[in-house]
Design a protein around this ligand. Structure first.
Ligand code: NAI
Length: 464
C-alpha cells in the first residue's frame, strides 16, 4: 500500500491549497517543501512582504503629502528601514506560521527537504523515498534574467524581487528594468522612501497586456509620484562596479545607445517555471519550449499519476490562479469535477492607486471584431474617493453591444483590487451591465463607481 494518496511537491499558494483540499476530501496527504517555512514565493518573498512594504510606504506618503491638508500637522515620520523590514518579516512569519497551523489541523505531513520523482508513484526527499498514488508538482517559478542581456544578479547591487525586499539600505538611485507588476510595485516602494527611480521598459507602454486606458492613467499617476520612465528601451547590459551599477540600453526608435548609473538595479523582466532537480525529463514528463510542464484539461502531465499546477504550467503567473488550480486538481484526484474558469482571473497591481482588471481589454475586443460598448466613470465623481485624496482614476466596464453581457472591467483607483470581484462574480453568473446597475450599492462607497460605470453602459451615470 502506498504511504500517501497524494504527495504535493511545493508549498506555495498552489501546493499548500492543493494539499489542504486533498486532505479535506479525505485523501492521505503530504507536502514536500525545502524552504524553512511554508507558503512559497508568495508568502516568503513575493506578494505578502511586498504588500507590507507598500502599506508602510503608502502610510509615509500619506503623512508627507496629505496629512497637513487634513489638519494633521507636525513633523513627518522619519524612516527606520531596519524596523520597516522587521515589520515586513513579522507579517511574513504570521502568514507562513498560519499555513503550518493549517497543515497540522488538516493532518498533512510536511516532508521537509527538496523533493524529486525517481519514478511515477515515488517521491524522494533527502534519503527517504515515499510512495504516493498521485503526485502534484507545484514547484512554482523563479525570476528570469533580462533576455539577451549581459547581467549578473548578486542580490545586493543587481537584484531580483527577492533581493529588492532586503536591501541593506535605501538606494539613492534605483533603476528598474521592466515596467511590469514587480517593477512598478517595488519601484513605488523605493520612490516613496526617497529613491530616484527610473523604470526602463522595452515596450512603448507599461504593464503589457493591460487595457491601454489603464496603462496611460497609471503611468501618468506614477510619474506624478516621482517615477521616471524610459520606454521603448532594450536593456543590453548591466555592469556591476564596486558599489554601483551601470545599465546600458538602446532606444528602439533610433537605435541610440545610453547608460544610467544606479546604486541598485532591480531586474523585473518576468519569471520562468522552476522545475530543477525534480527529474521530470528522465521520467518522460513533457515540457514546453518555455520550460513549462505540459498538462491536459485536468492538470495531468504526460506521465500517469503525475499532475502539475501553478507557475510551473501554462497561464498567468498569479498566486490566485495557482490556488484555483490547487483546489481543482484535488477534486479531480478525488473523483470530482474540478474546474477553473480561466476567462475570469483578475489581475491586480498594488500601487496607489491600485489597478485591477478582469476579462477582455478594449484592444482585444477590437482585434476580435466584437461589437462592444464602454461604460466609464471617474473616481472624481465618487464622494468617498475624494474624501481620501484618491479621486484620480476610473472604472471602465466593457459590455456586449447587443446583449449587454459584461465582457471585461478595468479599474484604477482606491481599493480597485477588491472592487474588481463584484464584476468577477457578475461575470461568473453571465450578468449584464444592467444587472450591476440595478443592484443597490451603499453610499458612500468606492463600489458606487462600479455601479456608475455599469449605468454608463446604459442610460448614463448619475454623477458624471
Ligand atoms: P512582467 O512580465 O509583468 O513584466 C516584465 C517587463 O519587462 C515587461 O514589460 C517586458 O516588456 C519588460 N522587459 C523584458 N525585457 C526587457 C529588456 N531587455 N529591457 C527592458 N524591459 C524589458 O514581469 P514581472 O514584473 O517580473 O513579474 C513576474 C510575474 O510575477 C508576472 O507574471 C506577474 O504577474 C507576477 N506578479 C504578480 C503580482 C501581482 O499580482 N500583484 C506581483 C508581482 C509579480
Amino acid at each position: 500500500m502506498a504511504d500517501y494518496d497524494v504527495i504535493v511537491i511545493g508549498a506555495g499558494p498552489g501546493g499548500y491549497v492543493a494539499a489542504i483540499r486533498c486532505a479535506q476530501l479525505g485523501l492521505k496527504t503530504a507536502c514536500v517543501e525545502g524552504r524553512e517555512t511554508l507558503g512559497g514565493t508568495c508568502l516568503n518573498v513575493g506578494c505578502i512582504p511586498s504588500k507590507a512594504l507598500l502599506h508602510a510606504t503608502h502610510s509615509l506618503h500619506e503623512a508627507e503629502h496629505n496629512f497637513a491638508d487634513m489638519g494633521l500637522k507636525g513633523k513627518s515620520p522619519s524612516v527606520d528601514w531596519d524596523q520597516m523590514k522587521a515589520y515586513k518579516q513579522n507579517v511574513v512569519d504570521q502568514n507562513t506560521g498560519g499555513i503550518e497551523f493549517l497543515f497540522k489541523k488538516n493532518k498533512i505531513d510536511w516532508l521537509k527537504g527538496w523533493g524529486s520523482i525517481p519514478e511515477a508513484g515515488k517521491v524522494k526527499v533527502g534519503d527517504d523515498v515515499h510512495t504516493a498514488k498521485n503526485i502534484i508538482v507545484a514547484s512554482g517559478s523563479e525570476a528570469s534574467s533580462i533576455p539577451g542581456a549581459e547581467v549578473t544578479i548578486d542580490e545586493k547591487i543587481v537584484v531580483t524581487s527577492t533581493g529588492a525586499l532586503e536591501l541593506g539600505k535605501i538606494p539613492r538611485k534605483l533603476v528598474v528594468v521592466g515596467a511590469g507588476v514587480i517593477g512598478l510595485e517595488m519601484g513605488s516602494v523605493y520612490a516613496r522612501l526617497g529613491a530616484e527611480v527610473t523604470v526602463v521598459e522595452f515596450l512603448d507602454h507599461i504593464t503589457p497586456g493591460m487595457d491601454a486606458d489603464l496603462q496611460k492613467q497609471l503611468q501618468r499617476t506614477l510619474k506624478k509620484q516621482g517615477l521616471n520612465f524610459v520606454l521603448g528601451a532594450a536593456v543590453s547590459k548591466v555592469e556591476t562596479l564596486k558599489t554601483k551599477a551601470k545599465v546600458s540600453y538602446t532606444l528602439r526608435k533610433d537605435n541610440s545607445e545610453h547608460t544610467i548609473d544606479a546604486d541598485t538595479v532591480l531586474v523585473a523582466t518576468g519569471r520562468q517555471p522552476f522545475t530543477d532537480g525534480l527529474g521530470l525529463e528522465a521520467l518522460g514528463v513533457t515540457l514546453s519550449k518555455r520550460g513549462q510542464i505540459e498538462t491536459d484539461g485536468h492538470w495531468a502531465t504526460s506521465v500517469k499519476g503525475i499532475y502539475a499546477i501553478g507557475d510551473a504550467i501554462d497561464g498567468p503567473m498569479l498566486a490566485h490562479k495557482a490556488e484555483d488550480e490547487g483546489m481543482a486538481v484535488a477534486e479531480v484526484i478525488a473523483g470530482k469535477a474540478g474546474h477553473v474558469n480561466y476567462n475570469i482571473i483578475p489581475g491586480v497591481i498594488y500601487t496607489t492607486p491600485e489597478v485591477a482588471s478582469v476579462g477582455k481589454t478594449e484592444q482585444q475586443l477590437k482585434e476580435e471584431g466584437h461589437a462592444y460598448k464602454v461604460g466609464k466613470f471617474p473616481f472624481m465623481g465618487n464622494a468617498r474617493a475624494k474624501a481620501v485624496h484618491q479621486g484620480d482614476g476610473f472604472v471602465k466596464i466593457l459590455a456586449d453591444k447587443n446583449t449587454d453581457r459584461i465582457l471585461g472591467a478595468h479599474i484604477i483607483g482606491p481599493a480597485a483590487g477588491d472592487l474588481i470581484h463584484e464584476v468577477c462574480v457578475a461575470m461568473e453568473f453571465g450578468a449584464s451591465a444592467q444587472d450591476l446597475a440595478m443592484t443597490c450599492h451603499a453610499h458612500p462607497t468606492y463600489s458606487e463607481a462600479v455601479r456608475e460605470a455599469a449605468l454608463a453602459c446604459g442610460d448614463g451615470a448619475i454623477h458624471a
